[in-house]
Design a protein around this ligand. Structure first.
Ligand SMILES: Cc1ncc(COP(=O)(O)O)c(C=O)c1O
Ligand SMILES: [Zn+2]
Length: 397
């Protein structure tokens, strides 16, 4: 595994050691990136080692990339190395099925890494605001590591997220508000309560776990970049993590030279701060008022990492797209009926965006694309049932 060289601020490049737990940059409050000395890992021999060592024991799943992850004993439940499913109808569209992760979403990757480091640092109490799936994942990994989890979620969070957090025995508070309100409560109480805050992009290791999605999709496509990556965007950890992975892959010489994929950030028309900022040419987003969408994970009215995301979207020559919930639901039904995949609403936003960009001519069916289904549709049975107006009929008498 890699020794961490230092942590580096994404905004001002301030450098600090990883010897003790860190939150954000002490100079400018920017998010911190983990930096390694990658030079000893350069070259295809090291890349080949990953496939050979593959998936043994604790090093299964995303830990196959342990060469480029911090040098620690993982807290693992088998996260990562999720399937890539080729669409039946679009042979160049590959669905990255993140619903196959423990706790049924891609949040497992970030939380596995963050909790692993928390255990390493000897932290005893973690706290996080969450739209739902991050809370479920944190609750699971904290239980596995014997650490307390204090979770704050909107009161109308999908029931599965509430239930799993309670079952994993986390301390759960439902808040009359959005994830931004939950975040404020964590910030206000953390010092007094002795909580370490693992909010999105306010500590460096969730990005580090999520970056494995970038390594995986490139390896699963034969160490080649696709033309575009569709990512349902709330806080944006995965988008930022994948972009970091692409930079590392190039530094390592592990990816065949080519153009990096266009990054396509997908949001719901009911909460689209990143799309609005992208369209208006802004560097940061503005708080989205009265955010509402059945894609719970996209209900993030002002993401902390907005400026990093906007930079990535522009640098990749990508797009930011918002679609109404009706179109998202139609795509969810379409993929269930025609592909046999039960997408989560956020994943269905991404498939709807793919349809949209094919229709507009921005992409052709020949373009290779990776579409992220970030969670299992089954985690959203109450939300989808309500939105699609599907109820259990009374039995015939
Ligand atoms: C299923 C699902 N997809 C996408 C997202 C958005 O992820 P991110 O906040 O990393 O952008 C979430 C966040 O809660 C989620 O639960
Ligand atoms: Zn800084």
């Amino acid at each position: 595994m890699a020794k961490i060289k230092h942590l580096e601020c994404s905004r001002c490049q301030f450098s600090l050691s990883a010897e003790e737990p860190r939150t954000v940059c002490p100079e400018c409050a920017g998010s911190l990136y983990v930096r390694y000395d990658l030079a000893p890992l350069r070259g295809l021999a090291h890349r080949g080692e990953i496939a050979r060592a593959g998936s043994a024991g604790a090093w299964a799943g995303m830990w196959r990339y342990r060469a480029v992850l911090p040098e620690v004993e993982p807290v693992t439940l088998g996260e990562g190395w999720t399937p890539v499913i080729r669409s039946k109808r679009y042979p160049n569209a590959f669905l990255k099925e993140e619903g196959a992760n423990p706790t049924g979403s891609f949040k497992a990757r970030g939380m596995a890494m963050a909790v692993t480091m928390a255990r390493q640092y000897g932290l005893k109490k973690l706290a996080a605001p969450s739209a739902g799936n991050a809370a479920g994942a944190l609750a699971a990994y904290a239980a596995a590591a014997g650490i307390e989890a204090h979770l704050f979620m909107p009161k109308d969070v999908p029931f599965a997220n509430y239930l799993e957090a309670v079952i994993y025995s986390a301390r759960v508070t439902l808040v009359d508000g959005l994830i931004s309100d939950c975040g404020r409560i964590v910030a206000e109480r953390k010092e007094k309560e002795g909580w370490f805050d693992i909010s999105t992009l306010k500590e460096p290791f969730r990005v580090e776990g999520k970056k494995t999605m970038g390594y995986e999709l490139v390896e699963q496509l034969g160490w080649e970049y696709p033309d575009a990556v569709f990512y349902p965007t709330g806080g944006g950890v995965g988008l930022i993590g994948m972009w970091k992975a692409f930079g590392e892959l190039e530094e390592l010489g592990w990816v065949r030279p080519g153009k990096r994929p266009k990054m396509i950030a997908v949001q719901s028309a009911g909460c689209a701060p990143v799309v609005r900022a992208f369209e208006q040419g802004e560097k940061v987003s503005q708080m989205w008022k009265e955010a509402a969408t059945f894609a719970a994970g996209l209900r993030v009215p002002k993401p902390y990492g907005d400026s990093i995301m906007l930079e990535i979207l522009r640098e990749s020559d990508g797009q930011a797209i918002a679609l109404p919930d009706e179109e998202i639901l139609a795509s969810l039904r379409d993929w269930a009926q025609n592909e046999g995949v039960f997408l989560c609403p956020e994943g269905a936003a991404a498939t709807a965006a793919y349809d949209h960009l094919l229709k507009s001519g921005y992409l052709k069916t020949q373009n290779r694309v990776v579409i992220f289904n970030t969670g299992a549709g089954l985690k959203f049975v109450d939300v989808i049932g309500e939105t699609a107006d599907i109820r259990r009929p009374s039995p015939a008498s």
